[in-house]
Design a protein around this ligand. Structure first.
Ligand SMILES: *Cc1c(COP(=O)(O)O)cnc(C)c1O
Length: 379
């Protein structure tokens, strides 16, 4: 772990727990790995992985565009002054307000179903999303390119829809494919790109091929980049990519304090973060690395449980930990993506604070919500 124990306990002391912390050097390193591996491709950061404005500002300054999936995400991009070719709007069920915002900002819109031909603002710049109908090596809820997932058009629907879009006066840039998140096997990308390039003879040359994201923190980026560039070349197209997780996952840690222990036949290590701060273990059965910031003579097997009144509120099950005590600090790794962005105020729990380490010192980049803010919108 690049952050020292001292820096981590300092952050917990200053900003309280539960707390998300990010290392700026890691964010920069991941971004450079993407830019080096993909070379000439255009990179759009999938903002849903972590939409904190400080992180977005860094990516924007490095020349990245943003992939947005909601009105709120478009508003974040607009707040940072981004528009036009730097923005993509994606989503399976876009609202009128989202189409209008995309049109006003000049964002590229990804068409996800045939019906959208009639719904798009006049003269939209579009990509058409292909669902390659594959089995994908990830949790069922993270797979978006399977035959029963709600995303994209079937390959059979694509050629006709491209023609209809052109006839309706829209600017068709090309195709889009994104098969899911946290994809375990590189062959899944190869298979998806093959399904898309199989359309080449029917759809002809294209301006853009956008191959989405879905790469794990340890993915073979040069390998994926090679395949993606080959697929784009088949269409004579420029390559676009939309990484979310890869750019931020490894740069984030969740700091939580031990509230106490309980022994009932199972050993529970109770901590002050749970499903409301970090949903991935409950939602996807995700296993994240744990770093106990304490030493003890004995190591036993523990379930790490949060404070929510929900049986599923576990951050880890059956993991070895040195015997914990109230007040000690537990650090959870690989949480920079889909961590803070999925936190909620369920149980009227204020959403956690976030801090950034710049190599010298901590900067608070989101203050902890107050309990009052959890009902601020109620009338
Ligand atoms: C979520 C999403 C991404 C990013 O996925 P990661 O697994 O975070 O890289 C890219 N494109 C689309 C369309 C998405 O929905």
């Amino acid at each position: 772990m690049p952050l020292s124990r001292h820096a981590l306990s300092d952050a917990a002391q200053r900003f309280g727990t539960p707390l998300y912390v990010y290392d700026d050097a890691e964010l920069t390193a991941a971004r450079r790995r993407v830019q080096q591996a993909f070379g000439t491709a255009r990179v759009f950061y999938a903002m849903k992985a972590n939409p904190n404005l400080t992180l977005l500002r860094g990516f924007a300054a490095a020349g990245l565009g943003f992939e947005c999936v909601s009105l709120g995400e478009l508003a974040r991009a607009e707040a940072l002054g981004l528009s036009g070719e730097r923005l993509i709007l994606n989503g399976p069920a876009k609202s009128d307000a989202e189409y209008a915002a995309a049109a006003r900002l000049g964002a590229t819109i990804v068409v996800d179903r045939e019906e959208e031909v009639m719904l798009l603002p006049p003269g939209s710049r579009v990509l058409v999303r292909v669902n390659p109908s594959l089995t994908v090596s990830t949790h069922d809820h993270l797979a978006t390119g399977t035959a029963r997932s709600k995303f994209g058009l079937t390959p059979e629907q694509v050629p006709g829809t491209l023609n209809e879009l052109r006839d309706a006066g829209h600017e068709v840039l090309g195709l889009h494919v994104h098969i899911g998140s946290a994809i375990e096997q590189a062959e899944d990308f190869t298979a998806a790109f093959a399904r898309v390039t199989a359309l080449r003879s029917q759809v002809g040359e294209l301006g853009v091929l956008n191959v989405g994201g879905g790469w794990q923190s340890n993915a073979d980026l040069p390998g994926i980049a090679y395949e993606a560039h080959e697929a784009a070349r088949a269409f004579g197209a420029e390559l676009w990519v939309e990484p979310g997780r890869y750019l931020v996952a490894g740069a984030g840690w969740l700091l939580t304090r031990v509230v106490g222990t309980k022994r009932t036949g199972r050993n529970f290590c109770l901590v002050d973060a749970g499903m409301t701060e970090f949903l991935r273990p409950m939602l996807y059965g995700a296993a994240h690395p744990l770093y106990p910031m304490w030493d003890a003579l004995a190591t036993e097997i523990w379930d790490v449980a949060g404070p929510a009144c929900e049986s599923g509120d576990l951050l880890a099950r059956g993991v070895p930990l040195p015997t914990p005590q109230r007040g000690q600090l537990l650090v959870i790794g690989e949480v920079g993506a889909y961590g803070a962005s999925m936190s909620s105020s369920y149980l009227s729990r204020p959403r956690p604070a976030e801090a950034l380490w710049d190599g010298q010192e901590w900067h608070l980049i989101r203050r902890r919500e107050t309990p009052q803010e959890t009902w601020a919108a109620e009338v």
